[in-house]
Design a protein around this ligand. Structure first.
Ligand SMILES: NC(=O)c1ccc[n+]([C@@H]2O[C@H](COP(=O)([O-])OP(=O)(O)OC[C@H]3O[C@@H](n4cnc5c(N)ncnc54)[C@H](O)[C@@H]3O)[C@@H](O)[C@H]2O)c1
Length: 237
């Protein structure tokens, strides 16, 4: 169902991105895993038969080079799934929340999503269309996470809806996916920190977690032609 498609999974070294890269390869796509973590990214790509490109999504030159490498290797781009993100400071009070940390999270989660879309859209336009999938979070709506993370994910939702509106005439579909609580290294670090602070009965420890593969099934479907009537924001378990 993804035969012939070139799919770029940013943040594909770990968690939801890695599971999505594996599934897209299994469904016949040619996949590029891009990630800041070169060791884990190269290993994840090698394990499933994808290519690897190192990128820092917060750095425009780096994102531009990633797009240029995809273009040089494949000459087209059909799908972008931007899963790279960080969660910092979930238990820091507002008056102690450092501006530097707030900015860092926005630079990666929100500015990074903007830059990946900005440098992928021209390749898709040239191929006659494509799909961009950005990852928000239930945290943007439930208010359950850090000040910086919730703000960044609310921004990603607004960015995605704006992109969807403006790129639709060029046959570029944009969807935003907001997962719930998923068993990944990111989520595990929050649970561990909550337990260390508040003991084994901490709220995060009581959450029932979904699997990265569960979200990957939705993401791999969204970059396929079968999802061409899907619009806007999708929430998941
Ligand atoms: N796990 C959850 O419960 C959950 C819930 C809602 C949303 N999300 C979102 O899903 C996405 C994937 O999260 P995950 O849980 O799989 O996390 P993860 O930590 O397992 O994976 C995130 C990946 O992003 C990469 N990354 C971080 N900063 C980067 C940068 N500057 N440039 C390039 N790559 C960078 C990391 O190296 C890592 O491989 C994130 O956007 C996260 O906010 C996760």
């Amino acid at each position: 169902m993804l035969e012939g498609k070139v799919i770029l999974i940013v943040g594909g070294a770990s968690g939801i991105g890695r599971a999505t890269a594996e599934l897209c390869v299994r469904r016949g796509a040619r996949v590029i895993v891009a990630d800041y973590n070169a060791t884990a990214g190269a290993a994840a790509a090698a394990a499933c038969g994808a290519e690897f490109v190192q990128v820092n999504v917060a750095d425009e030159n780096s994102v531009q080079q990633m797009a240029a490498q995809v273009d040089a290797k494949f000459g087209r781009l059909d799908g972008l799934v931007q899963t790279a993100g960080v969660l910092k400071g979930p238990f820091i009070d507002i008056e102690k929340f450092e501006l530097d940390m707030f900015r860092e999270v926005l630079e990666i989660n929100l500015v990074g999503s903007f830059l990946c879309a900005k440098h992928s859209a021209p390749l898709m336009r040239r191929a006659g269309g494509g799909v961009i999938v950005l990852i928000s979070s239930a945290a943007a709506y439930a208010g359950s996470s850090s000040y910086a993370y919730g703000s960044s994910k609310g921004g990603v939702s607004g960015l995605g809806i704006t992109l969807a509106n403006k790129l639709a005439p060029e046959n570029i579909r944009v969807n935003v996916v907001a997962p719930g609580n998923i068993e990944t290294p990111m989520k595990r670090s929050v649970i561990d920190a909550d337990v260390a602070l508040n003991g084994p009965q901490a709220g995060q420890a009581q959450l029932s977690l979904g699997t990265p593969e569960g979200v990957a099934r939705i993401l791999a479907w969204l970059v396929s032609d079968d999802a061409d009537y899907v619009r806007g924001l999708i929430t998941t378990r």
